[in-house]
Design a protein around this ligand. Structure first.
Ligand SMILES: NC(=O)c1ccc[n+]([C@@H]2O[C@H](COP(=O)([O-])OP(=O)(O)OC[C@H]3O[C@@H](n4cnc5c(N)ncnc54)[C@H](O)[C@@H]3O)[C@@H](O)[C@H]2O)c1
Ligand SMILES: [Zn+2]
Ligand SMILES: [Zn+2]
Length: 343
């Protein structure tokens, strides 16, 4: 079968023939239909320091996908051939304290699809049946392809109660925009999103934020004034990984405010800890998705009318992966989809 492979320990990706995956008794084989390009995939193509330390070649990359189950292992009961599925890309050990307690998102031995094990940018991918999310209500295939980052957005946005609250989202990448849409849909009063990219702020406006603010031109304090806030934001969703974004978020939060932090900073950095302490601010790190509470929430949010279509801005056949990756790396885009159905 064809797969997009990190073949050599150098920059680039190779669309090449690899053996079709075989499945164990607890696994399913999925014919991949569409996939989403993630920042992780861009790091792997670029072969930066993180990728060099993390990826063993050859590795089929990719973890955001939707596909159809074509074969199930002998012990699989809950998933059927013909099911439309997306996949949880974090494979957990099932044996550590958190796994045994049902807190699988906190597994200390997580293996990443398309990072530590062959991934979904291929004609077929195999997964443990316990990592599969069956789409039981009709869903747009492009949206189904990005359930993984949508799950990051939902996990982060729903970490703290939002009803009637004023929410600040820093970073209008695809995940920040989806988180803003979820916050609005879930009953926040004001949702303000920040970025330094006018293109991305325009995208964010399409999901109905109260204010999309360019922080290269304006301060978040100015944004607060525009919205008529008097005591600061109640909840912050950090979605940029930038030190200055977290710092200004802390400065603009109300006393007792909550921060859910998904953005992955490249390096250590300092923040105003005295302010965190004296304002009694809670900062919670967020990784991945809760299995499978977040997935349930995603499906029912869509069923309830949440519209993610503005986030998807590019579609390419898988053979045109170079152009797709170039567009994704350029940043003047939302989510970019690769179509594997005619490979
Ligand atoms: N914790 C996890 O499980 C997890 C999973 C996926 C992604 N992530 C991280 O989440 C973040 C969001 O992911 P994404 O795919 O949307 O990333 P992205 O890189 O597409 O978006 C980040 C955005 O932040 C903007 N930005 C830069 N400086 C800013 C500033 N000072 N203030 C506000 N915005 C600023 C950028 O212009 C960009 O649009 C990234 O840091 C990513 O590494 C974490
Ligand atoms: Zn991803
Ligand atoms: Zn575990």
């Amino acid at each position: 079968m064809k797969a997009l492979v990190k073949k050599h320990a150098e920059p680039g990706l190779w669309l090449t023939e690899v053996p079709e995956p075989t499945i164990g008794p607890d696994e399913v084989l999925i014919k991949v239909l569409r996939t989403g390009i993630c920042g992780t995939d861009l790091h792997i193509r670029k072969w930066d320091g993180w990728a060099q330390q993390t990826i063993r070649t050859p590795m089929t990359i990719g973890h955001e996908f939707v596909g159809e189950v074509v074969e199930i292992g002998s012990s699989v009961a809950e998933v059927n051939v013909g099911d439309l599925v997306s996949g949880e890309g974090h494979l957990v050990c099932g044996k550590c304290r958190n796994c045994l307690a049902g807190r699988r998102h906190l597994c200390r031995n997580t293996v990443g699809l398309g990072v530590n094990r062959d991934g979904a940018f291929a004609e077929y991918v195999s997964l443990p049946a316990s990592n599969v999310w069956v789409h039981r209500v009709p869903v747009d295939l492009d949206v189904a392809a990005i359930f993984d980052p949508f799950g990051n957005a939902v996990h982060t946005a729903l970490s703290f109660p939002l009803v009637g609250e004023d929410v600040l989202v820093t970073g209008a990448g695809p995940i920040g925009i989806m988180a803003a849409a979820v916050a609005k849909h879930a009953g926040a009063r004001h949702v303000m999103i920040t970025d330094v990219s006018p293109y991305r702020l325009d995208l964010a406006r399409k999901v109905g934020v109260s204010l999309a603010l360019d922080v290269s031109q304006h301060t978040i304090e100015e944004g607060q004034q525009k919205l008529g806030l008097r005591e600061g934001f109640d909840v912050g969703l950090e979605m940029s990984g930038r030190p200055e974004a977290l710092r200004s978020m802390i400065d603009n939060l109300t006393h007792g405010g909550k921060i859910a932090m998904l953005g992955l900073p490249a390096e250590e950095f300092a923040i105003n800890w005295a302010k965190v302490v004296t304002s009694m601010i809670t900062i919670k790190g967020i990784y991945g998705r809760e299995m499978f509470e977040t997935w349930y929430a995603m499906s029912v949010l869509l069923e309830g009318g949440l519209d993610l279509s503005p986030v998807i801005t590019g579609r390419y056949p898988a053979e045109e992966f170079e152009a797709a990756f170039d567009e994704a790396a350029g940043g003047r885009c939302g989510k970019i989809i690769l179509d594997w159905s005619n490979v």
